[in-house]
Ligand binder design. Structure first.
Ligand SMILES: [Zn+2]
Length: 315
């Protein structure tokens, strides 16, 4: 199974910054040692034209040049640096590359499942970033895959249908905003009702969970959400944001899912996609464990399940 990383582009953050940047390298190293069947390559860079499928030229320019106004930069939560701008582009490039492989738009046929070791930057809007999100990788990937798919399927009557299944504990507000009124992309977000962002957008399907939500009610809510997705939409590609922040040991999550609960969550999504033979690209989204190793453990479990389902595509 192929995965893409942007870990070599670590943001220089001030000491004591609350973003756990080290988690990406830790995940990379544990995958290399424990799951060698996951092949990891450096992510390609997303260019201006690709970013412009989901972002305004003025915003892309401001991020590139470092000319964003100070309040807008604070909203993102990272100080600007050339590395920040490059890393944001590569993180988008990683989800794009994973989606392209999963769908079979790259050479080598349908991979079925491929992954981004980072990404899931769902708080980024067309014209602004927020909450550690600069560019919206899922939004760019959805639009770009629709364009590439259309070139290969000129007779198709409708665009490639893309479902964003966002199980990060925070609402995918940027994604919801970018795809508002676009019926070729279905945005599903399962998130903590009382958690950031405090002004939420309308996804195609929002499921709000109470603080302290345990495994069983979470999994039941996911089941109902997948049923509704099935009734309303027929995806040809799934972008899965497997946030590790619903974990009980997360500093920001406010939910109480166990390792087993999160693994059952992931298994349900991979199985749902597999039963319907829908290609799936995976992005990691948030994870702010009190203990950073817990976040990485949740992500490792996600990769173990992903690999299991990837093998089914390639038997
Ligand atoms: Zn999150």
């Amino acid at each position: 199974m192929q995965a893409f990383y942007a870990t070599h582009f670590v943001l220089p953050l001030p000491p004591g910054h609350r973003f756990p940047m080290a988690k990406y390298q830790l995940l990379h190293d544990r995958l290399a040692h424990e799951l060698p069947a996951v092949r990891m390559d450096q992510a390609p860079i997303a260019n201006d034209g690709e970013l412009a499928l989901a972002h305004t030229p003025a915003y892309i320019e401001a991020i590139t040049q470092g000319t964003l106004a100070a309040p807008a930069q604070r909203e993102i939560g990272f100080p600007w640096s050339p590395q920040m701008a490059e890393r944001a582009r590569r993180s988008v490039g990683a989800t794009v590359a994973a989606a392209r492989l999963a769908l079979g738009l790259a050479a080598g046929g349908v991979a079925g499942i491929a992954a981004n070791l980072a990404g899931g930057t769902h708080h980024a809007y067309a014209d602004k970033g927020a909450g550690f999100c600069v560019f919206n990788d899922a939004a760019v990937a959805a639009k770009l895959m629709q364009a590439e798919w259309a070139r290969q399927h000129r007779q198709a009557r409708r665009p490639l249908q893309v479902a964003v299944i966002d199980l990060d504990v925070h609402q995918g507000n940027g994604t919801a905003s970018i795809f508002a009124g676009d019926d070729s992309v279905f945005t599903l977000s399962l998130h903590g009702q009382k958690n950031f962002p405090f002004r939420k957008e309308a996804s195609d399907l929002d499921v709000e969970l109470p603080d302290g939500c345990l495994d069983a009610p979470y999994l039941q809510a996911l089941e109902l959400a997948l049923d509704e997705l099935e009734r309303r939409f027929e995806p040809g590609l799934i972008l899965f944001l497997a946030g590790a922040d619903p974990f009980e040991g997360d500093r920001l999550g406010r939910l109480s899912l166990s390792y087993d609960g999160l693994e059952a969550r992931d298994r349900r999504v991979f199985d749902w996609a597999w039963q319907r033979r829908i290609p799936l690209a995976l992005a990691m989204a948030g994870g702010y464990g009190v203990n950073i190793d817990d976040t990485v453990q949740v992500q490792m479990n996600t990769y173990r399940v992903a690999l299991e389902y990837w093998r089914r595509w390639h038997l």
